[in-house]
Design a protein around this ligand. Structure first.
Ligand code: IPE
Ligand code: IPE
Ligand code: MG
Length: 244
C-alpha cells in the first residue's frame, strides 16, 4: 500500500488547466490571441521546470470540446498556433527528451493538422524523460463515451479496469496533482474520470503570468498533503512506517 497512500514528495503526474490567457491579454489591451501566444511561451517554461523538478508526466488542457463555442477567429487562431508550435517546438522537445501525445477527438480537426500531430508523436516516441500530453479537442465526457463505445463494439465487459484502459490517457497513471490557474475553481470537463483521487490546487495567477515560484509552491503544497484513498489517517501513517 505504501506507494499508493504516501504523498511522494514529487508528483509523478501533474495535470494543468491552463486558464487565463484571454484575461491576461485584455488587461493589456491586447487581442485574446496575444494571450494564447504568451500562454504557449509559458508552457515551454513549465515543461522545463517539470523536468527540473523530476515530474515524469505533464498533461495540459489546450483546447476543450466546448471551446468550439468561441468566436470563429479565436478558434482558427488557436488551431494556427498549434500548427506553428508543432513546426517550431519539436526539435527542442526531441533534444530535451520529451515524448508528445495529443489526447482528444481528432476527427474534427483539419487533415493537415491531424497529420502533423501524428508526425510529432511518431518523431518523439522513443523519448522517456517527460511525457507531455497536450489535450486538444478533449473533453472528459467525450473520453468516457468513446471508451465505452470501443468496449461495446468489441463486445468486451465494461469494468473499471477495462474502461480505464480504453481512455485516451491509458498510457499514463492517473494525475497526482491537478493545477488550475486563472482564478476559477472548476474542472470544465477536464480529466473527470482520471482525477477521482487527484490532489487539486487552484492558483490565482493568469496562465501567461504563472511563475516558476508559483509552480514550485504548488509542488510544495502537494508534498505536504496526506493522500488517504478512503482509509483513515492512522492507517495511512502506519502503512507508511512499514514501508520505510
Ligand atoms: C485558456 O485561456 C486557454 C483556452 C481555453 C484555449 P482562456 O482563453 O480561457 O482565458 P480567459 O479565461 O478568457 O481569461
Ligand atoms: C478550460 O478553460 C479549457 C482550457 C484551458 C483549454 P475554459 O476557459 O474553456 O473554461 P470555462 O469555460 O471558463 O469553464
Ligand atoms: Mg478561460
Amino acid at each position: 500500500m505504501g506507494v499508493d497512500s504516501r504523498t511522494d514528495s514529487v508528483p509523478h503526474h501533474v495535470a494543468i488547466v491552463m486558464d487565463g490567457n484571454g484575461r491576461w491579454a485584455q488587461q493589456r489591451m491586447l487581442p485574446r490571441l496575444a494571450g494564447h501566444r504568451q500562454g504557449l511561451d509559458k508552457l515551454r517554461e513549465v515543461v522545463r521546470w517539470s523536468i527540473e523538478a523530476g515530474v515524469r508526466v505533464l498533461t495540459v488542457f489546450a483546447f476543450s470540446s466546448e471551446n468550439w463555442r468561441r468566436p470563429a477567429d479565436e478558434v482558427s487562431g488557436l488551431m494556427g498556433l498549434l500548427a506553428r508550435a508543432l513546426d517550431r517546438e519539436v526539435p527542442e522537445l526531441l533534444r530535451a527528451g520529451v515524448r508528445l501525445h495529443f489526447p482528444g477527438d481528432r476527427q474534427a480537426l483539419a487533415a493537415t493538422l491531424r497529420r502533423s500531430l501524428e508526425a510529432a508523436e511518431a518523431q518523439t516516441a522513443s523519448n522517456d524523460r517527460l511525457v507531455l500530453n497536450v489535450c486538444f479537442n478533449y473533453g472528459g465526457r467525450w473520453d468516457i463515451v468513446q471508451a465505452a463505445q470501443a468496449l461495446a463494439q468489441r463486445g468486451e465487459p465494461i469494468t473499471e479496469a477495462s474502461l480505464s484502459a480504453s481512455l485516451v490517457l491509458a498510457h499514463v497513471p492517473d494525475p497526482d496533482l491537478v493545477i488550475r490557474t486563472g482564478c476559477e475553481q472548476r474542472i470544465s470537463n477536464f480529466l473527470i474520470w482520471q482525477m477521482a483521487y487527484s490532489e487539486l490546487y487552484f492558483s490565482d495567477a493568469l496562465w501567461p503570468a504563472f511563475s516558476r515560484e508559483a509552480y514550485f509552491q504548488a509542488l510544495d503544497d502537494y508534498a505536504r498533503r496526506q493522500r488517504r484513498f478512503g482509509r483513515t489517517a492512522e492507517q495511512v501513517a502506519s502503512a507508511r512506517q512499514e514501508t520505510v
